[in-house]
Design a protein around this ligand. Structure first.
Ligand code: GAL
Length: 427
């Protein structure tokens, strides 16, 4: 079944296309079949399962799938490949991207508008403002939101907690004390993947735990120099240094899902990571509350740092491809898909109008927290995952945080450098 056509005149209503993009260059053109090519970075076991939900949905509608996976957490590698595909005039049908990257492609006039589908499914009413802010551009829908992920989570091995008599820590000090206990008993306190985006994911947790929601917003969203180079930021770097004592020496370069496996296998007590990590537990048939625990990073309970994967579609003159893009957008935003996808991915639905009864205990709690944070203005974009600041700023933060992690840089130097790098990245 093919969905209704998008509104006519797509090419005319967009901003001038800044990039060379011949109309006949999309993948399905040469094949003449009903197939979509989708660029994404979902290569771990649980991510591939989640992507499979979309693939099967489309297969049921007679649509083929050409996967274009680019390994590398948080999409750092995928974005470079996407840029080269688009600039060489050969964009995929669609791509998974994060907030500021979606906005960037829209500003270049590269995207198909999804307004028809959005209107027929009332996207304006079901997606929260924090997501609409990125899924819409100048009044047009430019991306279909897959889910809401949040980054301020700790994933814990339940039997290790029981064995060591560790209760869920409520404060930063308790959190550190529990890792110390694990370390003294011969386990690792913290499973850690030493890649810049993972350093930054952990660091944004520490910043939120140290300064609270207002400070996080001031530093990472408003990019206020006086917050970036402040005593609070110095304290956050001190706490980061403290945390790093509980990781192992083999962390450099480790993928996030391998760090998750260390918690699953009982080598490490905790991992601080977005809820895509939960997908790996679920994919291994493990149950929350029974085999593993999930809790908000101590000190961050009042807020949620979020990101949402958006499926953006690239402009094409080919009518069949446009119909397929429309069909894909409609599938992603449907209530059934939003639940089934999140069950595999570890996320919660991006739609706010669904019942939580089919979600596991962590997701049910997370969904409610996301809704509450959206109501209280504490649903804040993740810096590490493209929802706090443009890519140049994000990359500047990655550089400073990773240099700090991989050296003995003093905390006050790190805060100074952070403020300078963020300022430089904006000019
Ligand atoms: C995030 C993305 C998630 C997950 C994670 C690890 O940026 O939103 O879907 O894939 O990276 O790669």
């Amino acid at each position: 079944m093919i969905a209704r056509r998008l509104i006519g005149g797509i090419g005319c209503t967009l901003l001038p296309l800044a990039l060379a993009m011949p109309a006949s260059s999309w993948a399905g053109d040469q094949q003449g079949d009903k197939q979509v090519e989708v660029l994404n970075w979902w290569t771990s076991g649980s991510e591939a399962q989640a992507l499979g939900v979309l693939k099967s949905d489309l297969a049921e509608q007679g649509i083929g799938w050409k996967n274009m996976p680019v390994a590398g957490g948080a999409g750092t590698n995928a974005m470079a490949v996407l840029r080269s595909r688009v600039t060489s005039g050969n964009p995929p049908t669609a791509a998974q991207v994060l907030g500021f990257d979606a906005r960037d492609w829209a500003q270049r006039g590269a995207l198909t508008y999804l307004d028809d589908v959005a209107q027929s499914q009332s996207w304006g009413e079901v997606f929260p403002a924090a997501i609409k802010n990125f899924a819409q551009h100048e009044g047009h829908w430019i991306g279909a939101p897959f889910e809401v992920h949040s980054t301020n989570w700790v994933w814990a091995n339940k039997s290790l907690m029981d064995e060591l008599g560790i209760e869920q820590p409520e404060s930063w000090d308790d959190f550190i004390a529990s890792m110390q206990k694990a370390q003294e008993a011969g386990y690792l306190g913290l499973a850690y993947g030493g890649q810049p985006w993972q350093d930054a994911t952990v660091f944004e947790n520490v910043v939120l735990a140290t300064g609270g929601a207002d400070f996080y917003r001031q530093a990472f969203i408003e990019l206020d120099e006086s917050a970036l180079n402040s005593d609070t930021m110095v304290q956050a770097f001190d706490r980061m240094r403290e945390l790093l004592q509980y990781k192992d020496d083999n962390s450099p370069g480790r993928d996030w899902n391998l760090a998750t496996a260390m918690v699953i296998n009982g080598k490490a007590l905790y991992q601080i990571m977005g809820d895509w990590a939960k997908g790996e537990f679920i994919n291994g048939d493990l149950q929350p509350g029974q085999d593993f625990m999930c809790f908000r990073t101590p000190g961050t309970q009042e807020a949620v740092t979020f990101n949402s994967d958006l499926m953006i579609m690239f402009q094409t003159d080919n009518e069949q491809q446009r119909e397929l893009q429309s069909t894909m957008a409609r599938a992603i935003a449907s209530p059934e898909f939003q639940i089934a996808f999140s069950q595999a991915k570890g996320s919660v639905p991006a739609r706010m109008d669904l019942a939580a009864d089919q979600l596991d205990a962590c997701a049910a709690k997370g969904y409610q927290q996301v809704k509450a944070a959206a109501d209280h203005n504490t649903l804040m974009g993740s810096m590490a995952h493209g929802y706090a600041a443009q890519a140049s700023v994000k990359n500047a933060v990655f550089d400073i945080v990773s240099s700090f992690v991989n050296s003995s840089m003093p905390s006050d130097t790190a805060a100074e450098q952070l403020a300078m790098a963020v300022q430089g990245a904006q000019s």
